[in-house]
Design a protein around this ligand. Structure first.
Ligand code: NAD
Length: 360
């Protein structure tokens, strides 16, 4: 039986990087026993251009009819003057919310061959392998009330709401504990419980769930300001990090820089029914259309898709091995340039496909 993937290239470098990921899926169809089909739809600026909506109804339907979604990136200066609900980024928030993608997994693993691409000392980052599990559909990015208002004295005020319900905390903490059991069995829950009641409650719920169902997993708690520091000082202390939407947004970008390039990091956003896979970077308008982007984050997102949505850990391992072999051969896109063989975006995709074919 074939599996169906909804492919949403999006904007900027989205088209280029997704094309390389599709080449990898082609190799898996031809040389391995994957039977995948895919269909494309517009999202972000491309969605707005096509139908006046950054998350068009046709895209929504396709995603809901598919086994998984693969997304490139959205955004660009062309759409910045639009009203907020019409901007590409609004499409991204809506698809996450609509598909109920409450758990965002962002692995930050240092590839041995790229240790010198990081701005941190090799001895600090060697062996770093962190999984950030970020809550994605609640917290301050979604809380109501929100807005900008004028006070009776004429002064203006911007405001947002940070709130978490028991069920929202439990379901994300559960994902983190389960992920940890398949790794080094450690979870660090990050909050600001000393100042914010919403995260004081977060800590209380995580602690109770741990005691009730996951006492075999090692649990620690850390304030977010300390966590930001510890990620740079001694990142190897972390295995799985679980945290709120905004803290996760910030800390996972920080963790990504441990690995050298944002062009290397994939992500998975998972709900009870649907799942979406995308690189963590944006649409990189500064290099779009030049065949310069690093497609590895998108190719590694395909690997996460195989592992989590299609239950094909065997093929996910092959894709990851092919990426390792490509890096071992010294093949580098410009963002990774360290004296290796410099290739284009499509050149990197071709190199990974060649290594993958060799593993068939
Ligand atoms: P960005 O991630 O697009 O780019 C930051 C820097 O990293 C740029 O110099 C870019 O050239 C480089 N870069 C990013 N991906 C790369 C890759 N694969 N290979 C090589 N270099 C790469 O972030 P930004 O510049 O802050 O945002 C650009 C646009 O992307 C904005 O419209 C923003 O809203 C949007 N954005 C979208 C997403 C998403 O789709 N998930 C995430 C972040 C930003």
């Amino acid at each position: 039986m074939s599996v169906k993937i909804a492919v949403l290239p999006g904007d900027g470098i989205g088209r280029e990087i997704v094309d390389e990921a599709l080449k990898v899926l082609d190799v898996l169809n031809k040389h391995f026993d994957l039977n995948a089909e895919w269909e494309e739809a517009a999202i972000g600026g491309a969605g707005y251009d096509e139908s006046g909506d950054p998350y068009p109804e046709a895209t929504r339907k396709l995603c809901r009819d598919s086994d998984a979604v693969l997304l490139g990136a959205v955004g660009g200066p062309k759409w910045e003057p639009l009203d907020k609900p019409l901007r590409p980024e609004a499409g991204l928030l809506r698809i996450r919310e609509d598909l109920g993608l409450f758990a965002n997994y962002r692995p930050a693993k240092v590839h041995e061959q790229l240790i010198h691409a990081s701005t941190l000392k090799p001895e600090v980052i060697q062996g770093v392998d962190i999984l950030v599990v970020r809550e994605l559909v609640s917290g301050i990015y979604f809380g109501q009330p929100r807005g900008i208002e004028t006070l009776p004295n004429g002064e203006k005020r911007g405001f947002n709401t940070l709130a978490y319900k028991t069920s929202e905390i439990e379901r994300i903490a559960r994902k983190a504990f389960e992920a940890a059991r398949l790794r080094r069995n450690k979870v660090c829950s990050i909050d600001k419980a000393n100042v914010l009641e919403s995260t004081e409650y977060w800590r209380e719920v995580v602690t109770a769930l741990h005691a009730a169902e996951y006492s075999d997993v090692e649990l620690s708690h850390m304030y977010v300001d300390n966590a930001a520091m510890q990620l740079i000082r001694n990142p190897k202390q972390f295995d799985v990090i679980v945290t709120t939407n905004m803290f996760g947004d910030i800390l996972s970008d920080e963790a990504s820089m441990l690995t050298g390039s944002i062009g290397m990091l994939p992500s998975a956003s998972i709900g009870e029914v649907f799942a979406m896979y995308e690189p963590i970077h944006g649409s990189a308008p500064d290099i779009a259309g030049q065949n310069l982007a690093n497609p590895l984050a998108t190719i590694l997102s395909v690997s996460m898709l195989l592992r989590f949505s299609l239950d094909r850990a065997d093929l996910a391992d092959k894709v990851e091995q092919a990426v390792e072999n490509t890096l071992n051969a010294g093949v580098r896109t410009v963002d990774l340039a360290d004296g290796g063989v410099s290739v284009s975006c499509s050149g990197m995709g071709d190199a990974v496909c060649k290594e993958l074919e060799a593993l068939a």
